[in-house]
Design a protein around this ligand. Sequence first.
Ligand code: PLP
Length: 379
Amino acid sequence: MPKRTLKPATLAAQALGWVEPTTRAVVAPIHVSTTYERDPSYGPGRSYARADNPTFDQAEALLTALEGGRASLLFASGMAAATSVFLALKPGDHVLVPEVMYWGLRTWLQQFAAPRGLLVEFVPTGDVGALAKAVKPGTTKLLWVETPANPTWTVTDIAAAATIAHAAGARLAVDNTVATPLLTRPLQLGADLVMHSATKYLNGHSDVVAGALVTAATDDFWQTLISIRHDGGAILGPFEAWLLQRGMRTLHPRVMTACAGAMRIARHFEGHARVVEVLYPGLPRFEGHRVAAQQMTGGFGGMLSLRVAGGEAAALAVAARVEVFKRATSLGGVESLMEHRASVEGPTSPIPKDLLRLSVGIEDVDDLVADLEQALTPG
Ligand code: PLP
């Protein structure tokens, strides 16, 4: 890699400029071997693919560079990465997590972590005052925030959350799935850990389930996370790691296109007769806009939600009529998706029933706007 500092788009496009030393190939091979020949003394070096795999190295190194961290770990899914952080804590440890957050993790915390002794408290992390009030110095070990948070896109002030966490002797972990390191670099704002559902923007093609953690320091907590991945075995397959690394090469153009599309859709449907509210951090009227404008650079993301006039039935009818948007879960792929989150999350969901979540892909945005128009105002 050249010595001068390169921009994230360049680092990503060239996967750090790595060239395979034997053949000079500019694309990394896939290492499928599960075991490695050891030196006669069984000294250091690779031993078994549950510990590490050369195919992970490139994706982990690229993600570490993009996030400005010290090290990264790939996992079998975003959930495997996220839950590892909570599994590294002890019974009796207090953790603060957002009221509105990725539903699967909220459910796991309620149904798995809390019954096993983790003191899980849900707080509106978008409100710095509420965070400061809820933190218990000495007992709180982790603040977990997701920003913008799925699917209301509530924005949390990462720098303020880091100050609150550190003053209480806690770590700050940020789910950076939606912002991606191109728009927000939580470690530079004081966070200790970053988590990604790499299934989303990092891979970007809806063909890999993967997760990742990135750390600001290779400390004892990080060593515990390495052990959790190794001992629990929630590793990624080499083919998936390779696909992820390939996907990350186009992260910049994909994310920039999605940001531009989401902004155009948000502006178009703000004030629309059939739309009660557009939830998008890029709109000046959005509650978290000021903080988003400070901590997000280059765009406000490709995710937004529409609250449809007429309530749940009207929202479901809109979702039934879309033709270009696909009615599907997940986000961050090249194809645009729409989802009625309340239907998916079930009766305990805190999400408004009139809300439709949109993941904006890289299609021609005129087609996306026209599709939403026809779905909102049929015949
Ligand atoms: N975090 C966010 C913000 C997500 O949207 C998701 C999945 O939708 C996850 C975490 C979990 O990731 P995975 O599905 O890769 O396990």
